[in-house]
Design a protein around this ligand. Structure first.
Ligand code: C2E
Ligand code: CA
Ligand code: CA
Length: 744
């Protein structure tokens, strides 16, 4: 803030003005003094001549002089211009220059009494009287006054005007200077504060920070963390360069100077990078930027954060995401990214270790893992280069052979396959034991662009299913792949239709005919599916697929419900001896809910249980063990009868017949085909029918197409016949017209 100017002393040291006054006095010999607004002297009057002393010492003279001065000041204030008067008593000239700061009157420069011309005798006399002196004494005093010309007087006056103005100007200049000073002070304070804040900020973070001269690398400032990182704790940083601390070359290779300044050397945006130091096993995240420093220099500000912990965590997470924890090899997620990224020729060998579940069940998971470890170690030790083994899941592995030709990949697969002929040595309760495992291998050309991990897993699953079906060692070629893709599309469509209320499904019914009189005594419900895209699909195909998709329960429930409803609608259940045959999938014999479900359908439609027969088939999976026999007994308890379907198609064992809780035996179509010319087949059929009779079972011959076949079957004692000879499976509308065939 500018201080208030009360008088001239507030503008300038009065000593300067005194000096000006004194010089004037010496040069021109006149009397001057600086008066404050009240007329009191601020400076010591210069050249007080004997005349003034005379006047001021006399009773009348002093008020006279004072009156003249007061008049001058009054005039000054009124006009703001220099005032000049001639004293009526002494005839001498007196002048005053006012000093105004705007409207504020700060005082006057006074020029004392000046003799302009030769003395007037009369005036001398009057003055002598007023001063109470003799005329001679007065004359002497008058004569001591300097005589100056009018021109000299004007010069002095204008000099004083200039000095006065300058004094006022000085106030303004001072004002400006003061303002500047204040600004400067506050800026400096701010700067101090910022610097302080900056210092304490960088000191209290656990981030390392330093500031260097951009051109020389000389350290200007750094914090404790940086000192620790750079190993200069407690050292004076004077003379040190950051570059000397971390190696200038190393620094520039990470953070080239051109990243920090533009072509004109002006600061550009920050540049950050991560740096790993092997020696101390440390990761740093480093950010550098140039800024103009307070002193105008370009400085480089660099911060470091120790991100070792984060990096380690990331590495660990990545490791977990990409590796199998039990076997310590890459997992299927890693396989997915590697297969998709593989370039050029490469092959994926899918390996399925057989019998793992049995080993796990019998000896525990650790032994199973031990076996897998052995296999993995063996594959890893193969001299073949560029191969990597991944665990897909369970006992499934994938071996990626990069840069392999087809024959090389097949050779490798053969080598792996052969190894499985030998035993694997597994540590078991501290005993080393030989263990044998089987292997299915499928070789697939890669890269393929798998859209998702599940797409990859599905493909591996398919490759493995091809491998299981065809042989234990196959090349999954383009044709298979085309089949595979068709199969996948088919599956998706089929699944959607089943889940969408059995869309496109219907039932056909094939008559079962009494041999004696040709009367229709039963119907087998047979499922049909019209694919929206592919048209009619054989149940042999879609039933299998639905079983694999785990949807067979939905289909079976629908078939049973729909067939029973239809028979009811036709009133066929009212015909004595009529039987509706419905097929059961072998998988359903494992379903604990099967019996309640059957009961529910019967109740829902008030259908007589003895008019329903469920057809079951003996397969590799269902071999009528205790649990299955239990289930069959429960079905029988509901009053529903059971038929053994496809008898003689492969798995059925004659000896079982006596023990099975079935009521009816349906001989397979293969018994009929070519029977006319096959005496052995005829003999077999005869034995089967006799066996069935002995066990009290009804016999139905399926697949009878010709009259001669019919005759042979009848001759051999078959009770009923189901075949094209009588009728193909019929649609609902076809059968609706033939219902009278059931009436005796
Ligand atoms: P299946 O249970 O053995 O059914 C008899 C099959 O033999 C039917 O084939 C029928 O059309 C066919 N057939 C009957 N007589 C003759 C003949 O004289 N000559 C020839 N060449 N074939 C004859 P379809 O309808 O194609 O069914 C095939 C299989 O699909 C069935 O064999 C059965 O295993 C399964 N299936 C059909 N519908 C269902 C169902 O609703 N549920 C279950 N689980 N399986 C079903
Ligand atoms: Ca059947
Ligand atoms: Ca059959």
């Amino acid at each position: 803030m500018t201080k208030t100017v009360e008088n001239v002393a507030d503008i300038i040291d009065l000593g300067y003005l005194q000096a000006i006054q004194d010089s004037l006095g010496r040069i021109v010999g006149i009397t001057t003094a600086l008066l404050d607004p009240q007329g009191a002297s601020l400076t010591k009057p210069t050249n007080l001549h004997a005349f003034c002393a005379m006047m001021q010492a006399s009773e009348k003279g002093l008020p006279m002089c004072m009156g003249v001065n007061a008049g001058l000041i009054e005039k000054n204030i009124a006009t703001k211009e220099p005032a000049v008067v001639t004293c009526a008593n002494s005839g001498l000239k007196t002048a005053a220059v006012p000093i105004f700061l705007g409207d504020r009157f700060l005082g006057s420069w006074l020029i004392g009494q000046i003799r302009m011309s030769n003395l007037d005798e009369e005036l001398i006399e009057r003055t002598a009287v007023n001063a109470g002196l003799s005329k001679d004494e007065a004359k002497k005093n008058f004569e001591s006054l300097p005589v100056i010309s009018a021109e000299e007087f004007e010069n002095i006056l204008s000099f004083l005007v200039t000095v006065s103005k300058t004094l006022v100007d000085m106030v303004e200049v001072n004002d400006v200077l003061d303002r500047r000073n204040t600004e400067l002070t506050s800026l400096t304070q701010q700067l101090d504060r910022s610097l302080h804040t900056f210092k304490s900020f960088i000191d209290c973070t656990d981030m390392g920070a330093y500031l260097v001269d951009f051109h020389t690398g000389e350290l200007i400032m750094c914090n404790d963390t940086y000192r620790r990182l750079a190993g200069i704790e407690g050292k004076d940083i004077k003379g040190l360069t950051c570059f000397s601390l971390m190696g200038f070359k190393e620094f520039c290779s990470f953070c080239p100077k051109q990243k920090l300044v533009d072509e004109d050397g002006r600061p550009t945006g920050p540049f950050g990078w991560e740096n790993y130091n092997e020696i101390v096993d440390q990761w740093l995240s480093i950010t550098s930027r140039t800024i103009p420093w307070v002193d105008g220099r370009l400085v480089l500000m660099t911060t470091f954060i120790d991100i070792t912990a984060r990096k380690k965590q990331e590495e660990h997470i990545t490791y977990l995401a990409y590796n199998d924890q039990r076997l310590c090899i890459p997992n299927n997620v890693k396989l997915f990214s590697d297969v998709n990224e593989a370039e050029g020729d490469s092959y994926m060998i899918c390996l399925n270790v057989q019998g793992l579940r049995k080993i796990n069940d019998a000896y525990g998971r650790d032994v199973g893992d031990g076996l897998l470890h052995n296999i993995v170690d063996w594959v890893k030790a193969l001299p073949d280069s560029e191969i990597e083994i991944y665990r897909v899941e369970g006992g499934e592995f994938a071996i990626l052979a990069k840069g392999y030709s087809e024959s090389e990949a097949m050779k490798l697969a053969a080598k792996i396959h052969e190894r499985f002929d030998e035993a694997w040595v597994v540590e078991m309760s501290e005993v080393r034991q030989n263990m044998y495992a089987g292997a299915h291998l499928g070789v697939l050309k890669t890269p393929r662009n798998f859209e998702s991990l599940s797409a990859l897993l599905d493909t591996i699953e398919r490759v493995m299913s091809f491998a299981r079906e065809d042989s234990s060692f196959i090349l999954f070629d383009d044709e298979m792949n085309a089949n595979l893709e068709a199969r996948i599309r088919f599956e998706i469509e089929l699944k959607a239709c089943v889940l969408n209320g059995m869309q496109g499904f219907s039932l056909h019914y094939q008559p079962i005919v009494q041999v004696e009189d040709g009367r229709w005594v039963g119907l087998e419900a047979l499922c049909r599916w019209e694919s929206p895209r592919l048209g009619a699909i054989s149940p042999v195909v879609f039933i299998d697929e639905i079983e694999r998709l785990g949807l067979i329960d939905i289909l079976s429930s629908w078939v049973m419900d729909e067939a029973v409803r239809q028979i009811k609608e036709w009133h066929l259940d009212e015909i004595p001896g009529f039987v509706l045959d419905v097929n059961l999938s072998p998988l359903q014999l494992r379903d604990r809910e099967l019996v309640p479900k059957v009961r529910a359908v019967l109740e829902k439609h008030a259908y007589p249980p003895e008019k329903l027969s469920l057809e079951i088939t003996e397969t590799a999976e269902v071999n009528f063990d205790g649990t299955t026999l239990d289930m069959l007994a429960q079905i029988k308890e509901t009053g529903v009868s059971l038929s053994l379907d496809d008898f003689g198609s492969g798995y059925a064992t004659f000896s079982n017949l006596n023990n099975l809780p079935v009521d009816c035996l349906k001989t397979d179509r293969s018994f009929v085909k070519g029977i006319e010319k096959d005496a052995f087949l005829q003999q077999t059929v005869r034995s089967v029918v006799e066996l069935a009779r002995a066990a009290g079972l009804l016999t139905i011959a399926e697949g009878v197409e010709t009259e001669s076949q019919r005759l042979i079957m009848v001759e051999n004692g078959v009770d009923r016949i189901q075949g094209y000879f009588y009728s193909k499976p019929l649609s609902v509308s076809q059968l609706s017209l033939l219902l009278d065939r059931f009436v005796a």
